[in-house]
Design a binder for this molecule. Structure first.
Ligand SMILES: O=CCCCC(=O)O
Length: 454
């Protein structure tokens, strides 16, 4: 019997163990999924919407319990874990309220007798990461299932108990067995399922290398895929910004989820005029963060998920320091149990440093100063990634113009980026392909069928 351990990153101890599914069990799940799809796609959309509502209600009712599970299994501070669950509920409500309108057949533009229809594809294989254990799965599942598709989940092996709990919630909400199933398998087994006939599409969130493999396999086997990959989001503070406000928002924007967020601000690009004030205020805000036990409702920074994440971060910080960066908040690995890393803020940053070119998936904030607006834009776009960006200026037209020049899937003006049910979410360049959420994300997993009348 092979098992997946659930490790609490606060203590480094095993808090549970789940049995992995065998190849035979996985084959049965694939069959079950395909059989269930034949029924599920025919259910009335109002019935599906009611189940989405039930699901949202359960999330709200048990938000503390699910939040604590997230905190125990991947270390997210409880004050963010509970809101993650509530955000999922709001997103389920959104699709329950809007799915019917989004799937309404449309008349074709010039051929007035012809219509465009949206039909589900079948089983969507979801391969999802640990950092937002509920959101990452459910932000795909809500619209995939609302459209009449079914889902098979391969969750990160860091969060096996969240993976099982999510399946339980679907059943408790009244979804028929087989509409959503959690497979307890490794990454290699998940990839090996992509060519299988039962799998019609893949929804992947994770790192670039794994995403590229998923894309290759999916394309080779003619399966639709959507990829949400990493980011190195620029946070641009222009010379006319409200620096006080920018610094206030910059702190959570970088350190939310202990910095382990794809769409966190990861490069702070400040025009000279506001650089000193921004740096001072950002450091002050960083030093106020409470670091410690993630179950304590006062804690802002909990552990990182595993030691290897700390090692990667240390390599990036050491590289920056060896090239002349100054650790104005030194932070770093903390002694004791678990995988604690205290936030680091770097100044004197230059673009040849890894903290500027690689994704920093943890609480490290590099600040770089530029002289002119064009340099800020050029530097923001000088990245392999293109997920999100923030622009801070009190001139709305100027900020909008800069937003149009940024090579990203999302821009926050005087705000930070975070996914919302009503907005398409995804990136360009090495940050991904396709979109999740909103009608755009919904239609990624629907067959768009033109029906032409003579
Ligand atoms: O890592 C990306 C998911 C972000 C989820 C959120 O900000 O709510």
């Amino acid at each position: 019997m092979t098992t997946i351990p659930s490790i609490n990153p606060t203590t480094g101890t095993v808090i549970g163990e789940v049995e992995m599914h065998t190849d035979e069990q996985v084959s049965r799940m694939l069959k079950k999924s395909a059989d269930t799809f034949r029924e599920w796609k025919r259910t009335d959309i109002s019935e599906r919407n009611e189940l989405l509502k039930n699901f949202a209600d359960l999330l709200r009712k048990n938000k503390q319990q699910y939040g604590e599970l997230i905190t125990a299994e991947m270390g997210k501070v409880i004050k963010q874990a509970v809101p993650e669950v509530v955000k999922c509920a709001t997103m389920f409500d959104y699709f329950a309220d809007n799915a019917e309108r989004m799937l309404e057949p449309e008349p074709a533009e010039e051929l007035c007798d012809s219509t465009i229809h949206y039909e589900p594809m079948g089983t969507v294989l979801a391969i999802k990461p640990w950092n937002f254990p509920f959101w990452q799965v459910l932000s795909a599942a809500a619209h995939v299932l609302a459209g009449g598709n079914v889902m098979l989940l391969k969750h990160s092996s860091y969060v096996p108990m969240c993976a099982l709990e999510i399946e339980n919630i679907f059943l408790e909400a009244g979804f028929p067995e087989g509409v959503f199933q959690t497979m307890l398998i490794d990454g290699k087994t998940a990839s090996s399922l992509i060519p299988r006939d039962e799998i019609k599409a893949v929804s992947f969130t994770g790192g670039f290398d794994a995403g590229q493999k998923v894309a290759e396999l999916s394309a080779h086997n003619m399966k639709k895929f959507v990829l949400e990959l990493g980011g190195s989001d620029p946070f641009l503070i222009l010379d006319d910004a409200n620096v006080e406000m920018a610094a206030k928002v910059a702190v959570p924007s970088r350190f939310i989820n202990t910095g382990q967020t794809c769409i966190a601000a990861k490069r702070f690009i400040v025009m000279e005029e506001g650089a000193e004030e921004f740096t001072e205020r950002f450091v002050e805000g960083t030093n106020k963060l409470n670091i410690g036990d993630p179950m304590d409702p006062e804690t802002d920074i909990g552990p990182m998920v595993r030691d290897e994440q700390i090692l990667a971060l240390e390599a990036q910080v050491n590289d920056a320091i060896s090239k002349g960066a100054k650790a104005i908040v030194p932070g770093g690995r903390m002694a004791g149990k678990g995988y604690m890393y205290s936030p680091t803020v770097l100044s004197n940053v230059t673009r040849d440093m890894k903290v500027m070119s690689e994704e920093t998936f943890g609480p490290v904030a590099p600040i770089i100063t530029v002289k002119i607006e064009e340099e800020a834009i050029e530097l923001a776009n000088d990245s392999e990634f293109g997920l999100g960006a923030s622009v801070w200026s009190q001139d709305r037209d100027r900020a909008m113009k800069i937003a149009s020049e940024l090579e990203t899937g999302m821009v926050g003006i005087n705000s930070f980026c975070t996914p919302q049910a009503c907005l398409p979410f995804g990136g360009v360049k090495k940050s991904g392909m396709g979109r999740e959420l909103s009608r755009h994300g919904f239609l990624e997993f629907m067959n768009i069928k033109s029906v032409k009348l003579m």
